[in-house]
Design a protein around this ligand. Structure first.
Ligand code: ZN
Ligand code: ZN
Length: 374
């Protein structure tokens, strides 16, 4: 094929992205090529760019690596035998789609046992873009969808701005609250009101969770948390110590503590606090701490005496992505999702997008591989 497309490759910590051009691959049987219409800078991408989440695999800088995982697009080509999405809906060229940004190998022990969607062998993205099939991440004009990768058609009433974050933040917190069995009887504490935290509030409300308490220290985020439907917020500035915040959670929960805590901050330091906030028999959903090498001192007897559980999770099951689209289609109007994605940039201005999100002047930047920003 003579068609080519751009990839913005990550070259190292706080280094400029390299715009590179590669031939668009043909879709092998069971695979598809997607024309990306929108990608986002997620918190974990920012961790990579800052170097706190190390993806160098020991390679010295500058290197070339495809990154970015939140995206939506349009089917550009379908390989032989690829006729329906993962829900069984007929799929055709031109259809709008979202998809998991990962695919398990299907063969390793964790895939076979289906105990977690996190397959150690199956990370089929973050490749050097000069390797075939070149388009393996979100910061480019195309994406090569591999056989077996979950994909869903986007409902017509869900715009790209909402569909983009569905395959990361929204699907991840849907999966987390499902694993935690969150329901009307539960009191939930959400640590961190960034993209994940705000999505989690909406999901908790949709599940009818009894009480939602959100902890953060940035006023605009706390205000947004309340707009998303949090019952209470705990401001780090008002409750500066972990002990104060734990006490506050017990006050707000009639002395019982939280049945569920979601860690969405990405700092090891908040773990003992999360465990301290839990009620007897409560569960900590550990999602945010992706950065390697952070350690913290904690007292495991709290887990034993309190009958408490920690569930670590990364990635999610396909049904959670399907639920994310359903939620957006049916209930997005009830939540200020539009305020989370605050700015868009053409792909060629990806360096500016990262710089702006790094300073916090932009909550979640959207990259448009084919169009102008606004
Ligand atoms: Zn993400
Ligand atoms: Zn596997």
């Amino acid at each position: 094929m003579s068609e080519t497309g751009l990839v913005a490759a990550f070259t190292g910590v706080r280094r400029p992205f390299a715009l590179m051009e590669f031939p668009v691959p043909e879709a092998e049987p069971g695979a598809a090529v997607v024309r990306i219409t929108l990608a986002n800078v997620c918190g974990s991408d920012l961790h990579i760019w800052r170097g706190t989440y190390d993806v160098s695999r020991g390679n010295s800088e500058p290197f070339c690596l495809s990154i970015g995982h939140e995206m939506t697009g349009v089917v550009h080509e379908l390989g032989d035998g690829f006729t329906a999405d993962s829900a069984g809906e007929p799929l055709a060229v031109g259809d709008r789609v979202v998809f998991q940004y990962f695919v398990g190998c299907g063969e390793c022990r964790s895939c076979r046992r289906d105990t977690t969607p996190r397959c150690p062998e199956g990370l089929k993205y973050r490749y050097p873009p000069d390797q075939y099939p070149h388009f393996t991440a979100a910061y480019g004009q195309y994406y090569y969808l591999r056989p077996g990768q979950a994909v869903f058609k986007v409902p017509d009433n869900v715009p790209d701005e909402l569909a983009g974050p569905a395959n990361c933040a929204l699907a991840q917190v849907i999966d987390g609250l499902e694993r935690g069995g969150a329901g009307p009887e539960d009191r939930l504490v959400i640590q961190g009101a960034g993209g994940l935290g705000l999505n989690a509030i909406a999901v908790a409300r949709e599940r009818g969770v009894g009480q939602v308490i959100v902890v953060d220290g940035i006023p605009s985020r706390l205000e947004l948390a309340l707009a998303f439907g949090a019952d209470h917020v705990i401001d780090l500035n008002e409750f500066p110590s972990a002990e104060d915040r734990i006490r506050r959670v017990f006050e707000l929960t009639e002395g019982d503590g939280a049945d569920l805590v979601m860690e969405l901050v990405g700092s090891a330091q908040v773990l003992p606090e999360a465990i301290g906030m839990l009620a007897q028999g409560g569960t900590l959903l550990e999602i945010g701490n992706i950065n390697q090498g952070q350690t913290v001192t904690m007292d495991p007897s709290q887990l034993v005496h309190g009958g408490k559980t920690i569930i670590g999770m990364m990635w999610y099951r396909p049904e959670s992505l399907r639920s994310a689209l359903q939620l957006l289609s049916e209930s997005a109007a009830n939540y200020p999702f539009d305020r989370v994605l605050s700015h868009s940039y053409p792909l060629t201005e990806i360096d500016q997008a990262f710089a702006d999100q790094d300073t916090g002047s932009v909550q979640r930047a959207a990259l448009l591989p084919w169009g102008d920003g606004s």
